[in-house]
Design a protein around this ligand. Structure first.
Ligand code: HPA
Length: 257
């Protein structure tokens, strides 16, 4: 299949998988025939503003694996972006013919975990005040996150990973402030395992378009006490995500295999 050239004239082939990298996550640095396209050169993408987000689409082949597209930088609702911008990368991926999506994010852990842990998202709670899936006729599948892909990855991690892969429910909040102690208690009670400010609109949009989606949270801070949430900063989130990138890199390569 050839790429939709009107959208990205320089794209040689249609990537098989589209990845979105969360704040501070650095992975898959060894792509072959690598092409870096600034968001400013891609029709339909707004500019990024958050530290730790580059605003570049990288396309290339994983050595011995598929051609992939990596979106470095996403558009958050808390930046004031409308829903159309929060889902713009998914629309781009869909339009160039990508059928499989891996979303990553930085998130606060609501369980007795440690900073740097990775969590495979089994489901989400949408408390962002918007729906990601488009318009009235949007099809919302029973499971937004591809069950077969998730189970394959979890099985791989059980047998091969040098770390414990957590699993759980991600709750998406609008942000940009981190949570109060009362909010933390409430989020735990309603069944959330990790809290963040992205991913939900993208996953809902992509799944409603029939794309296969999985998502992985990098737990950058443990949100279970008032002290940790009062002192969590964006720089700390970016720093921990960078340190967890080795494990994330392993996991992503397994997800792409
Ligand atoms: N809360 C919300 N979003 C986040 C957090 C958090 O603790 N950490 C990283 N993103």
């Amino acid at each position: 299949m050839t790429a939709n050239t009107s959208l990205l004239p320089s794209l040689p082939v249609v990537p098989e998988v589209g990845i979105v990298l969360g704040s501070g996550i650095v992975v898959l640095e060894d792509l072959e025939d690598r092409l870096d396209i600034p968001y400013s050169e891609i029709p339909g993408l707004p500019e990024t503003t958050v530290a730790g987000h580059a605003g570049v689409l990288t396309v290339g082949r994983v050595p011995g694996g598929p051609v992939i597209a990596i979106a470095r930088g996403r558009f958050h609702l808390y930046e004031g972006h409308p829903l159309e911008s929060a889902t713009a990368i998914m629309r781009l991926f869909e339009q160039i013919g990508i059928r499989r999506i891996i979303l990553t994010n930085a998130a606060g852990g609501l369980r007795d975990w440690v900073a740097g842990d990775l969590m495979l998202i089994d489901d989400h709670l949408n408390l962002m005040g918007v729906q990601g899936a488009e318009a009235e006729q949007a099809l919302t599948p029973a499971e937004i996150y591809d069950p077969a892909w998730r189970e394959r990855l979890a099985a791989w991690a059980r047998d091969n990973a040098s770390f414990t892969l957590r699993r759980g429910t991600y709750v998406g909040l609008l942000g940009p402030s981190y949570e109060t102690p009362a909010e933390i208690t409430w989020l735990q009670r309603i069944g959330a395992d990790a809290v963040g400010m992205s991913t939900v609109p993208e996953a809902a949009y992509a799944a409603s378009k029939g794309l296969s989606v999985i998502a992985i949270s990098c737990i950058t801070n443990i949100a279970t006490t008032a002290e940790t949430q009062a002192t969590t900063s964006h720089m700390e989130v970016v720093d921990v995500a960078a340190k967890a990138s080795r494990a994330m890199d392993q996991l992503l390569r397994a997800a792409l295999a």
